[in-house]
Design a protein around this ligand. Structure first.
Ligand code: GDG
Length: 458
């Protein structure tokens, strides 16, 4: 079996299962693939250095080898805080109003992709299979080819791919997509993203695109397919057996004193639709004032990307909205919204999800959204809660038994909350069983197996 090389912006050093601290399902899933295939996980260390050297820090933990490089401050500003998070992230989430098109960002992005290629190339063996992740590294495959790599190289995008009309507002958009056609396999979360990408290739590049999703362009062939990412279902269910999960559930239940709990868990990011969600809850309280005293909304929103100003602004907006709703509706012994700007251990999240009768997942755009899947996995089979899910999350394609909503419509979301609160147990069980079947079978292990098999052909 050939070696697997995983490349992503950041490398998550594998921890033992059950170890303290957050470790996403992706790290667990990729870790097991890397162990099976004697692989290497390559990326940025998260550290800055005054002068880029390309020196590799190689470590071995839990059977996985990681190789990381340090970047210069200017690299981090232009490539990571700049092009990745101020240009591509907003544009790919349909927020062209927030996208910044700075020449230096683009240059920094190209420079760092070149640095990744220069540092990684000497580690490669001829039959290694290389799997590149996400929007930080779109041109990496081309840079590796230019160095001489003949390996099979695949790419997976975790975020949405925008429609052609939107994507062409990016300066040098064609250069970016041409570089992606150096990959043998390009994977997206949804069929919609696949269609948008193929449409662009045919329309803007004049590439030859067939019905099976194969793109032929300038002598190279790239297969394009959807691979919806799943949850590490077994690992997450195991979290539910922990004392920490039980305590967290108890903490919510005892302090909510019989109120119907709704929960949202989101990185503090404008793509997650949090201001719109707060407006919908406000609308619900206006429409059903008698329910204010019976309802408790808990929003867990750990801050992220605080070096980017649009992220600082959203934080202020939400503080204002939470304050207004609570100011207008609280009693001396009751507050309708608990808005928490911090992260919790994964085990505790399980308990919070289980304590909630409603999971509110209403991003304006999301590649997939794993919180929706975690909420389903955490429900009790005898008394499951109801998932309210944005139709604009990739997850909506798979989770049709949720209450699907348009997150821009406060009226629709407010009405879905009422329907969810009143939903009879039989219907809750029926919907949840179907959702649980999907979340447990289309899990992260199958996701990475499908991708690696499609790439490596074994
Ligand atoms: C990108 C794409 C795609 C959140 N708060 C805490 C915490 N979290 C965890 C959640 C979940 C993860 O973070 C968030 O994953 P999402 O999928 O919801 O969203 P992004 O971070 O935007 O991820 C997305 C994903 O990549 C994978 O391809 O689904 O569309 O945008 O696991 O539980 N974890 C802990 N404490 C918290 O307070 N421990």
């Amino acid at each position: 079996m050939s070696r697997l090389i995983v490349v992503s912006n950041r490398v998550s050093v594998p921890k033992a299962r059950g170890a303290a601290g957050a470790q996403g399902g992706l790290a667990v899933a990729l870790g097991s693939a890397l162990r099976e295939r004697r692989g290497i996980w390559f990326g940025w260390s998260g550290e800055e250095t005054p002068h880029f050297t390309g020196d590799l820090d190689m470590q071995r933990n839990q059977g996985v080898t990681t190789a990381t490089i340090d970047l210069e401050h200017q690299d981090v500003e232009e490539y990571y805080n700049g092009y990745a998070n101020r240009t591509l992230w907003p544009l790919f989430h349909y927020r062209i109003d927030l996208a910044e098109f700075e020449r230096d960002f683009g240059k920094g992005y190209e420079r760092v992709n070149q640095r990744f290629a220069d540092s990684l190339y000497p580690l490669l063996e001829s039959d290694d299979v290389i799997w590149v992740h996400d929007y930080h590294l779109l041109p990496l495959g081309e840079r590796l080819r230019a160095r001489g790599a003949k390996n099979r190289i695949g790419f997976f995008l975790h975020i949405p791919w925008p429609p052609t009309r939107l994507f062409v507002s990016l300066p040098y958009h064609d250069r970016l997509v041409r570089s992606m056609l150096s990959y043998d396999l390009v994977g997206f979360q949804t069929e919609e993203a696949v269609e948008s990408f193929l449409h662009y290739c045919a329309r803007e590049l004049g590439a030859d695109v067939d019905d099976a999703g194969t793109v032929r362009f300038e002598g190279r062939t790239t297969r394009v397919r959807s691979f919806p990412i799943g949850l590490d279902y077994d690992e997450f269910c195991e979290a539910g057996n922990s004392g920490e999960a039980r305590n967290a559930q108890q903490r919510v239940l005892s302090s909510s004193r019989g109120r119907k709990v709704m929960i949202g868990v989101d990185r503090l990011d404008y793509s997650k639709g949090l201001p719109e969600r707060f407006d919908s809850i406000s609308r619900f309280f206006d429409a059903y004032p008698e329910r204010v005293a019976e309802t408790l909304y808990i929003q867990i929103a750990p801050p992220s990307r605080q070096d980017v100003s649009s992220y600082q602004r959203i934080r202020e907006v939400l503080e204002g909205k939470a304050g207004q709703i609570n100011g207008a509706r609280s009693e001396v012994d009751m507050v309708p919204i608990r808005y928490v700007n911090r992260g919790y251990p994964r085990n505790a999240l399980f308990g919070f999800y289980r304590a909630a009768r409603i999971g509110l997942v209403t991003p304006l755009r999301d590649g997939m959204n794993l919180v929706a899947k975690e909420y389903i996995a955490a429900q009790h089979p005898e008394d499951p809660g109801v998932l309210i899910l944005s139709r604009f999350a990739g997850a909506a394609d798979q989770l049709g038994e949720a209450l699907l909503v348009n997150p821009h419509s406060a009226e629709e979301v407010s009405e879905a909350i009422r329907v969810a609160q009143d939903m009879p147990l039989d219907e809750r069980k029926e919907r949840w069983q179907a959702l649980r079947e999907t979340v447990s079978s289309q899990n992260v292990v199958n996701w990475r197996r499908d991708f690696v098999n499609a790439l490596a052909g074994d």
